[in-house]
Design a protein around this ligand. Structure first.
Ligand code: S3P
Length: 435
C-alpha cells in the first residue's frame, strides 16, 4: 500500500485532445473477485482494475485459500471454492484504503465458519463501520468494531444468520451489498430498502452468477440456500475515472476528447446530467453492453459553464464525483450550490473540507455547509494543495491546475494508485501539464 507522501506539480498544459481508455471499474472489480471466489467452477475476469484497492481484495481471497491466476494485465482466472470453501486466514485481512472491501467483507465473512479481523490504512481506519455492523447484528452476526465504531473489525464466524428487512437511513451501496452478501448465508429472506437508489452491481452480478435476486431501483431482496456458478466477467471502464477528463475537457479551451467505452450504469452517471445542466457539451455515443452494463463513448468539447443548484435527486448517482464537480463549479460563471451530500464528510477524506480548503487556497470562495457547499466560480490561482491521501481529491486538483494562473503543487497523491493507476501518464497524453 502507498503510505508515503508523494507530490505532483501541475500547471496548464495544452488543449486536451485524442481518445482515452480509462481503467476498469473499481466497484465491479471488487465484486467480481468476491463472487468468483465463492462460485463453483472457474471464472475469468477481464478489464480488471489493476489498482491497489481491487488488488487488496484479490490478496484477501488468496489469503483465504482461493487460487487466482494473472495470465495478462487486467485478466484474472479465479478458481472458485464454492460458498463454504474459504479457509481461515493466518493473519488479519488488510483492506488497505478500500472501504468497499471492508464493508462488503464484513457481511460476507459474518457467514463463514471461522473468525477474521479486518484492518485498513490510516484513512480507512477513520471511516464509520456501524452502518454495516448494526444491521448485520440484527441478522445474528457478531462483529466487534474498534472504539467509536471504527475499524478494525473482528468478525466472529460460526454463528447462524437469519434474513431481515433493513430500511437503510443512508443511501449506501456498500451497506446494501454487505447485507446481501450476508444474506447468501442466512436462513430466509434478506431485504434492503434504500432512501435513494444506489449502484446495483452486487444485485446484477449475483444474478449473473445464477443467484435469484429481486431488485429494482431502491430495493433488493434475496433468499439463502442457492449456489453461485462460475461465469466470465467483463469489467467496463470506470465512469468515476472518466469524470476527471469530462470536467477537464469542458473547462480547458479548445479541448475535444473522446473517452472510449465507459460504463454507463444509470446509478453512476449523475455527473453527466449535472455538467449538462451547467452547459457542458458531452455527446453520448452508445457502444453496446459489456458484462451486462451499458457502455458508451463520451465525446466532450470545451464549453463555458454556469453555476446551478445541483438537484438533490442526482446526489447519490454522482457520490464519488463531487471533487470533480467542485472544480467544474470553481471554473463556472456564478455560484453552484450542493446540498444533501453529507456522505461526502465520511469518504476517503472529508471531501467538503478537503476540496473546499484546496479551492480557497487557489483563490475561490467556498462556503461550506454540513451537507454541501456553495462554490463561487472565479479565476483560479496557483498554490499548494494537501489532498489528504484522497485519490479523487488529488486528481480533481490536477484538473483545477489546467485552468489556473500559476503552478499548483498537490501533496500526498500516492493513493491515486488505489483507483487510477497510470493517471499521470494518461493525463499527460491528453495534454495535461503534470509531473
Ligand atoms: C461503492 C459505494 C459508494 C462509493 C464507493 C464505492 C461501492 O460508497 O462511494 O466509492 O462499490 O459499493 P457508499 O456505499 O458508502 O456510498
Amino acid at each position: 500500500m502507498s503510505t508515503f507522501p508523494v507530490s505532483w506539480t501541475a500547471e496548464p498544459g495544452t488543449a486536451l485532445r485524442g481518445t482515452l481508455a480509462v481503467p476498469g471499474d473499481k466497484s465491479v472489480s471488487h465484486r467480481a473477485i468476491m463472487l468468483a471466489s465463492l462460485a463453483d467452477g472457474v471464472s475469468r475476469i477481464d478489464g480488471f482494475l489493476e489498482g491497489e484497492d481491487a488488488r487488496a481484495t484479490e490478496a484477501l481471497f488468496r489469503a483465504m485459500g482461493v487460487r487466482i491466476e494473472t495470465p495478462a494485465h487486467g485478466v484474472r482466472i479465479v478458481h472458485g471454492v464454492g460458498l463454504d470453501g474459504l479457509r481461515a486466514p493466518v493473519a488479519a485481512l488488510d483492506c488497505g484504503n478500500a472501504g468497499t472491501a471492508m464493508r462488503l467483507l464484513a457481511g460476507l465473512l459474518a457467514g463463514q465458519a471461522f473468525h477474521t479481523t479486518l484492518v485498513g490504512d490510516a484513512s480507512l481506519s477513520k471511516r464509520p463501520m456501524l452502518r454495516v455492523t448494526t444491521p448485520l447484528a440484527r441478522m445474528g452476526a457478531r462483529i466487534d468494531t474498534g472504539p467509536g465504531g471504527l475499524p478494525p473489525l473482528h468478525v466472529r464466524g460460526g454463528t447462524p444468520l437469519a434474513g431481515v428487512e433493513h430500511r437503510a437511513e443512508v443511501a449506501s451501496a456498500q451497506v446494501k451489498s454487505a447485507l446481501l452478501l450476508a444474506g447468501l448465508y442466512a436462513r430466509g429472506t434478506t431485504r434492503v430498502l434504500e432512501p435513494q437508489p444506489t449502484r446495483d452491481y452486487t444485485e446484477r452480478m449475483l444474478a449473473a452468477f445464477g443467484w435469484p435476486v429481486d431488485f429494482a431501483p431502491g430495493h433488493a431482496t434475496l433468499t439463502g440456500g442457492h449456489r453461485l456458478r462460475a461465469i466470465d466477467v467483463h469489467v467496463p471502464a470506470d465512469f468515476s475515472s472518466a469524470a476527471f477528463f469530462l470536467v477537464a475537457a469542458t473547462v480547458v479551451p479548445g479541448s475535444e476528447l473522446r473517452l472510449a467505452r465507459v460504463g454507463m450504469n444509470p446509478r453512476r452517471t449523475g455527473l453527466l446530467h449535472v455538467l449538462r445542466l451547467m452547459g457542458a457539451n458531452i455527446a453520448v455515443e452508445p457502444a453496446g453492453e459489456q458484462g451486462g452494463e451499458p457502455v458508451a463513448d463520451l465525446v466532450v468539447r470545451h464549453a463555458p459553464l454556469r453555476g446551478i443548484e445541483v438537484p438533490v435527486a442526482h446526489v447519490a448517482d454522482m457520490i464519488d464525483e463531487f471533487p470533480a464537480l467542485f472544480v467544474a463549479a470553481a471554473c463556472a460563471h456564478g455560484v453552484t450550490t450542493v446540498r444533501g451530500a453529507a456522505e461526502l464528510r465520511v469518504k476517503e477524506s472529508d471531501r467538503i473540507a478537503t476540496v473546499g480548503t484546496g479551492l480557497r487556497a487557489m483563490g475561490i470562495r467556498v462556503d461550506e455547509a454540513p451537507d454541501g457547499a456553495a462554490i463561487h466560480g472565479g479565476r483560479l490561482q496557483g498554490g499548494r494543495i494537501d489532498s489528504h491521501g484522497d485519490h479523487r481529491v488529488a486528481m480533481a486538483f490536477a484538473v483545477a491546475a489546467q485552468c489556473a494562473r500559476g503552478a499548483v503543487t498537490i501533496d500526498d497523491v500516492a493513493n491515486v494508485a488505489t483507483s487510477f493507476p497510470g493517471f499521470v501518464e494518461l493525463a499527460r497524453t491528453a495534454g495535461f501539464g503534470l509531473a
